[in-house]
Design a protein around this ligand. Structure first.
Ligand code: NA7
Length: 559
């Protein structure tokens, strides 16, 4: 942090400690932020810089968001740690001081990092923990958001910013008998803080997404036996996790200004070297060494640095999909298990490809059994375990690695109502309707960080988050400078954004695949692409142009 920054932080943080509270009245703030993960922390810092009084409401007992809740064995980030952090926009000092220990940081280290940031930036005193939002209603007469908490208390603010992440509402399938199991049940996204004792136990793991791919090898090391219930196999790419080399980390630090810039203008928020080329323009002999090099390197390079048209060209995609299937068959000793693990029902990267560190090898162990939950579905959970049409698997513990009601689950759970009592879930009943994913008509002064129809999960998250936060802070600054109190998108601007979003989605292979990106994992959820897939860089440019034109598309009015 520069000394100038420090001075502003100190001055504005004094302002932020003074909410206006009257007798019998709700505590009043300029802004309420919901969530204290990456998004909420940076939003708090940014609004304090503007001199706003701010309260962060966090349902957990500490900061961290995703990294507070997801404490399952093996939990780590699939973005390389050196890029999975705040840039110098938050604090140059933190960027210089913090050192990661592994190529991909594990959950405890990321949580330590976020605690470090919180303390270093003195953010904690404006965060209210164990504060679950149960209602948030816009009062047009007062132009304020009234926010109710589970403990019955209320607060109010001019601006409401949701910083609730994309994967914070856990999804446990409604299997018959799910509550009858006599052993221990865990959802990976709500793992007990004291840990789960799985040593020597018989464990059922349901799901084979990015979470299970991390958890299975770790649980297999402790458990007596693990049964993995797979409905759909994924294209898991080797992560090749390893200790971070000091010279590599130093080089990255030295190059940060360029690297952040590159990441901000990239497709997926990572500063990788993307070659604009199609796999179909290369012969099999030419493609092979390109694939092998990316496979050896590990990580998302496989998707981003080999060929650039996998999401729009099925023929190109077929080449990489077949390459990965071949690798899976090689890694798994039992041919029948290898075949079961090789995905055939969807193209590569039309579901989020997990990074694996020992997942396929785990199936070479005697104490791990893969079961085909597509061919033989789970019929019920019994007091003893998991019953399929063919068998009952008696276990001591069931681990639900069954994902999340992504992108909208938590927002809908907060009871958000806008102008004239319009409920967010009613407005979005057929799918999200937003302007830039950041705002939605009928909900004045509500801003959504990493919302649907913004790049969000299609990005290395901190890069998407910083852009969202800076745009929202810029808008609020603009409103204050021009004595404007209400921001709400015009209908036409919103319709145009939704249409653009849908056109971009339709040009890709993504809508054909059942994925949580498409809402397909939750029965009854509208089927639409939730994240914006036009790219982090292009999205940034669009948002910048909107801002430069006086926030074109938003109706900005005095209160
Ligand atoms: P995901 O990716 O949504 O994975 C959930 C898994 O659970 C997936 O394999 C599902 O199979 C499986 N699932 C869900 N419901 C069932 C039922 N009823 N029966 C059997 N199997 C089921 O969640 P994760 O937590 O792994 O990862 C979420 C994101 O976190 C990840 O994408 C990264 O961005 C980080 P399906 O594929 O639907 O057939």
């Amino acid at each position: 942090m520069t000394s100038e920054n420090q001075a502003t932080t100190a001055a504005s943080s004094q302002a932020s400690t003074a909410p206006r509270t009257g007798q019998g009245q709700a505590a009043e703030f300029d802004a309420i932020i919901v969530g204290a993960g990456f998004s909420g922390l940076y939003m708090l810092h940014s609004l304090r810089e503007l001199g706003l009084s701010v309260r962060v409401l966090e349902r957990g007992g500490g900061v961290g968001g995703t990294w507070y809740w997801n404490r399952y064995p093996g939990a780590r980030c699939d973005s390389e740690s050196v890029y999975y952090m705040f840039s110098d926009h938050m604090s140059r000092e933190i960027l210089d001081e913090w050192n990661w220990s592994e190529r991909y940081a594990a959950q405890p280290e990321i949580l330590r990092y976020l605690e470090f940031v919180t303390d270093k930036m003195d953010l904690r005193r404006d965060i209210q923990f164990n504060a679950k939002v149960t209602a948030a209603a816009y009062d047009a007469g007062r132009n304020r958001w009234d926010v109710g908490l589970a403990d019955g208390s209320t607060l109010s603010a001019r601006f409401l910013v949701t910083a609730v992440g994309c994967l914070s509402a856990t999804n446990t399938p409604k299997f018959p008998g799910v509550d009858t199991f006599a052993g221990d049940s865990y959802h990976t996204g709500a793992w007990p803080h004291e840990g789960a004792d799985l040593a020597g136990k018989r464990v059922a793991i349901i799901g084979t997404g990015a979470t299970a791919v991390q958890a299975v090898p770790e649980i297999a090391k402790q458990a007596a036996h693990v049964w993995v219930f797979q409905r759909t196999p994924n294209y898991d790419i080797p992560g090749r996790n390893k200790p971070l080399q000091a010279d590599y980390a130093a080089k990255v630090k030295a190059d940060y200004p360029d690297l952040w810039q590159k990441a901000r203008l990239s497709g997926f928020g990572l500063p990788y070297e993307v070659e604009e080329r199609s796999a179909v323009d290369f012969s099999p002999e030419e493609r092979q060494p390109i694939f092998e090099a990316a496979w050896a390197k590990g990580g998302f390079y496989m998707g981003l640095e080999t060929f650039s048209d996998y999401l729009v060209n099925k023929d190109s995609n077929d080449t990489v999909s077949e390459f990965i299937r071949g690798k899976i068959r090689e890694m798994v000793k039992d041919p029948a298990t290898g075949e079961m693990l090789a995905p055939k029902d969807h193209p590569f990267f039309t579901k989020r490809p997990p990074l694996e560190n020992g997942y396929y090898e785990a199936f070479n162990r005697d104490n791990v059994t893969l079961l085909d939950a597509r061919a033989v579905p789970i019929e019920e959970i019994t007091p003893r375990g998991v019953r399929t049409a063919e068998d009952e698997y008696e276990v001591d513990a069931i681990v639900y690695a069954t994902g999340f009601d992504a992108m909208t689950g938590t927002l809908f759970g907060m009871g958000i109502t806008g102008r004239d009592g319009l409920r967010l879930q009613d407005k979005w009943a057929d799918g999200p309707q937003t302007y830039l994913g950041l705002t939605t008509r009928g909900f004045p002064n509500l801003f959504v960080i990493t919302g649907p129809q913004s790049p969000s999960v299609m990005s290395n998250m901190p890069v998407a988050i910083e852009q969202n936060v800076e745009w929202i802070a810029g808008l609020i600054q603009y409103m204050r400078a021009h004595d404007l109190d209400v921001a709400e998108p015009a209908q036409e601007a919103e319709d145009n954004w939704v249409e653009h979003h849908n056109q971009v989605a339709a040009a890709t292979l993504l809508p054909e695949t059942d994925s949580w990106w498409m809402g397909a994992n939750i029965p009854g959820k509208p089927r639409t692409l939730y994240p914006y897939v036009g790219g982090v860089g292009p999205f940034r440019v669009i948002c910048q142009e909107v801002a430069e034109k006086g926030y074109e598309g938003l109706m900005l009015t005095p209160g």
